[in-house]
Design a protein around this ligand. Structure first.
Ligand code: NAP
Length: 544
C-alpha cells in the first residue's frame, strides 16, 4: 500500500517526527528527554491521562516499591537525584507517582506528550524508511524511529474467568484500579492471586474489609520487608552515595546495590546459615539477589536455601493447614519472582480472612453472586479483585498491530516464537526499538531503573549513530538475532528459573511460547555486550 494514499483515506494530517516514543513510564520519559537533547523532533504518547506508566496504573491498595527508593532512580543528573527526597526505604505508589511528576516537570516533558492516546497500528514503509503510526484518537504519526517503552508488565490479564460481566458487585484488575479508589469497608471481598501484587493488596486491606477470601492456587515464597522511615540524616547519607551508586549499580548482577559475594562451596554449613540469616534480616530482596548465586544452578543448594525460607514461613504460620496451602515445596526459592511483605502471613490468622484453595478445585466461573468453584461451591462476594498478573514482556507490543518489512506482523511472529536482538530490536522491523522487552534483563533479576536507563541510552546512541553517519535505518541481521537468542537460551536454560512455571517463562498464559523472558546473564554482562556492539559500529546490524 502507498503510505500517502493510506493517510489521505483517513483524512488525518500526519504529524512528521524523527522519533515517536510509546509510553511515559520510567523508560519513556527518559527516552523522550534524551532524544530531545540529541536534537530530534520527538513526541511521546500514552494511553494514560498522565505520566507514570506502571506507577500510574498500579494504584491498588498497598502498591509500593520492592527496590530501595534511593536506587530506583535516574542517575544521569546529580541535581535531579538530590533535589528529590524519599520518605522511606520502600515508599508507596502515591509518593512514586509524585516523583514521576517531579521528573516530568523538571525536564519539562509534558509539552511533547500526548495523553489518553493509544497506539493501535504501526506500519513500516520500506520505500520511505519510515513508520506510519496510528492512534485511537485518529492521529497519524509519520516517524523515522519508533520506540516502544511500553513496559514489561503492562498488559493486564483482565478477562480471566467466564461470566465476569455477569457479576452484580464490582470487579477490578489491580492494574486498572480506579483513581477515585474503591470503597471496601465492611464489604465481602475476594482476591484472586498471591503474586507480588496480590500479597500487597491482601496485607493492606485485610483489616479494612468485612470479610476477605483469598483464592490460592500456587504457594509463593515471601520475604519480610523492613521499611524504616527516613529522617534527615538517612536522607543525607543516601544522597551522599550518589556517585558511588551511579558507578556501581550498572555493573552488579541485578542492578541493585548488593551483589553475590559468597561462594557456597567455600563456607561451612554454619557460615552459610549466618549469611542466609544476615540477608534475611536485611528486610529486602538481598536473600534472593545477593546471597548465593548457586541457588539458581545447583538443585541441592536451591533446596537448602528454599528450606531455610520455608522454615521462616512455617514459624510464622504455625497452623499445618495454612502451611500446606501457603508454603511452596514444588519449586525452588527465587526461581519465580520473590515478593516482599509486611505481616502478610499473619493476615491468615485473622477471623475475617479465609484462604480458599483452588489448586485441586479451580475457579469455574464468576456468577452474579460471586465466584463458583468447579465442585459447585459458591463464594458470595461484593467485590472481586483480580491480582492475576500480566502478559509479560511481549504483551504490550503484541496488542499493537505492528507491521515490519513485507507486512510481517510482530504479534504473529511472537505468537510463534518470542525473539529479539539484545531485547531492543527485532529482525524484520527496522528503526523499531523497545525497552523492557523480552531477552533483555528486566523485572526478573533486575532493578528496573538501572536496566531501563542503560537500554534507553543505548537506543539513543544507536539512533545518533544512524543519523550522524548519513544512514536512514538500522536493523539486526538474522544471524545476529539468531546468535543473541542462542546465547540468551543457553544462559537461561542453564538455570532453574527456566524449569519453574511462572510469568518469567510465559507459563501464566496458555499457548504462549515458552522462553525465559528476561536475560539472566547479569545486568553488568549485558551492559558490556551492548557496549561492545556500539563500539564496533553496530556489527551484526544492517545499516541502510
Ligand atoms: P503474578 O505474579 O503473575 O501472579 C498472578 C497470581 O494470580 C498468581 O498467584 C496466579 O496463580 C494467580 N492466578 C492467575 N490466574 C488464576 C486462576 N485462574 N486461578 C487462580 N489463581 C490464578 O502477577 P502479579 O502479582 O501482578 O505480579 C507480576 C509482577 O509484577 C511481579 O512478579 C513483579 O515483577 C511485578 N510487581 C512488582 C511489584 C513491586 O516491585 N513493588 C509489586 C507488584 C508486582 P498461579 O501462580 O497458580 O498461576
Amino acid at each position: 500500500m502507498n503510505a500517502t494514499a493510506a493517510i489521505r483515506a483517513d483524512q488525518s494530517e500526519p504529524i512528521e517526527l524523527d522519533a515517536l516514543v510509546i509510553g511515559t513510564g520510567v523508560a519513556g520519559l527518559y527516552q523522550l528527554h534524551q532524544l530531545r537533547q540529541a536534537g530530534l523532533k520527538v513526541m511521546a504518547v500514552d494511553t494514560a491521562s498522565d505520566v507514570g506508566g506502571t506507577w500510574y496504573w498500579n494504584r491498588y491498595p498497598g502498591a509500593k516499591f520492592d527496590s530501595e527508593s534511593y536506587i530506583y532512580q535516574y542517575l544521569f543528573d546529580e541535581d535531579l537525584y538530590k533535589d528529590w527526597t524519599w520518605s522511606e526505604r520502600f515508599p508507596g505508589q502515591p509518593e512514586i507517582e509524585r516523583w514521576m511528576h517531579y521528573i516530568t516537570d523538571r525536564l519539562d516533558l509534558r509539552k511533547d506528550i500526548r495523553f489518553s492516546t493509544t497506539i493501535t497500528d504501526a506500519h513500516y514503509y520500506e520505500n520511505r524508511g519510515r513508520w506510519m503510526v496510528r492512534s485511537n484518537q485518529g492521529d497519524v504519526f509519520d516517524t523515522q524511529f519508533l520506540i516502544g517503552c511500553t513496559g514489561m508488565l503492562s498488559a493486564p490479564l483482565e478477562n480471566r474467568f467466564a461470566g465476569q460481566d455477569s457479576f452484580r458487585g464490582r470487579i477490578f484488575h489491580t492494574a486498572r484500579w480506579p483513581k477515585e479508589g474503591v470503597e471496601l469497608e465492611g464489604k465481602r471481598v475476594g482476591v484472586i492471586g498471591i503474586g507480588a501484587t496480590g500479597i500487597q493488596v491482601i496485607q493492606t486491606i485485610a483489616d479494612k474489609v468485612g470479610h476477605l477470601k483469598v483464592f490460592i492456587r500456587t504457594p509463593q515464597y515471601v520475604l519480610p520487608m523492613k521499611n524504616p522511615r527516613f529522617g534527615p540524616e538517612d536522607v543525607e547519607a543516601y544522597k551522599a552515595r550518589f556517585t558511588e551508586l551511579k558507578q556501581s549499580l550498572p555493573h552488579t548482577f541485578t542492578g541493585f546495590e548488593y551483589d553475590f559475594e559468597h561462594r557456597w562451596a567455600d563456607l561451612t554449613p554454619e557460615q552459610r546459615r549466618e549469611v542466609l540469616e544476615e540477608c534475611h534480616s536485611n528486610g529486602s530482596l538481598k536473600l534472593w539477589l545477593a546471597s548465593f548465586a548457586e541457588m539458581f544452578f545447583d538443585e541441592a543448594v536451591s533446596e537448602e536455601v528454599s528450606e531455610f525460607v520455608r522454615e521462616k514461613m512455617r514459624e510464622r504460620l504455625k497452623d499445618p493447614k495454612l502451611i500446606e496451602m501457603l508454603v511452596p515445596t514444588s519449586y525452588g526459592f527465587g526461581t519465580a519472582r520473590v515478593p516482599l511483605e509486611t505481616n502478610y502471613l499473619e493476615v491468615y490468622h485473622r477471623d475475617n480472612v479465609e484462604p480458599v484453595s483452588v489448586k485441586d478445585n479451580p475457579i469455574a466461573e464468576v456468577v452474579p453472586e460471586g465466584i463458583r468453584l468447579e465442585d459447585g461451591t459458591l463464594h458470595e462476594l461484593d467485590v472481586i479483585i483480580l491480582a492475576t498478573g500480566f502478559d509479560a514482556g511481549s504483551g504490550a507490543l503484541s496488542r499493537i498491530n505492528i507491521r515490519g518489512r513485507g507486512g510481517r506482523s510482530l504479534r504473529e511472529d511472537w505468537a510463534r516464537d518470542i525473539r529479539t536482538t539484545l531485547g531492543m530490536q527485532v529482525h524484520g522491523y527496522p528503526n523499531l526499538f523497545m525497552t523492557g522487552a523480552p531477552l533483555a534483563p528486566s523485572a526478573a533479576l533486575c532493578n528496573m531503573t538501572t536496566c531501563l536507563q542503560q537500554q534507553t541510552e543505548w537506543i539513543t546512541d544507536c539512533i545518533k549513530f544512524v543519523c550522524e553517519n548519513g544512514r536512514s535505518a538500522v536493523e539486526p541481521t538474522a544471524e545476529m538475532e539468531e546468535a543473541w537468542v542462542r546465547h540468551h537460551d543457553e544462559t537461561a536454560n542453564a538455570n532453574l528459573i527456566s524449569k519453574t512455571n511462572s510469568w518469567y517463562v510465559g507459563a501464566n498464559i496458555e499457548g504462549k511460547p515458552r522462553r525465559v523472558l528476561s536475560y539472566t546473564g547479569g545486568v553488568g554482562t549485558y551492559r558490556q555486550k551492548c557496549l561492545e556492539v556500539a563500539k564496533s559500529g553496530y556489527a551484526g546490524f544492517a545499516l541502510q
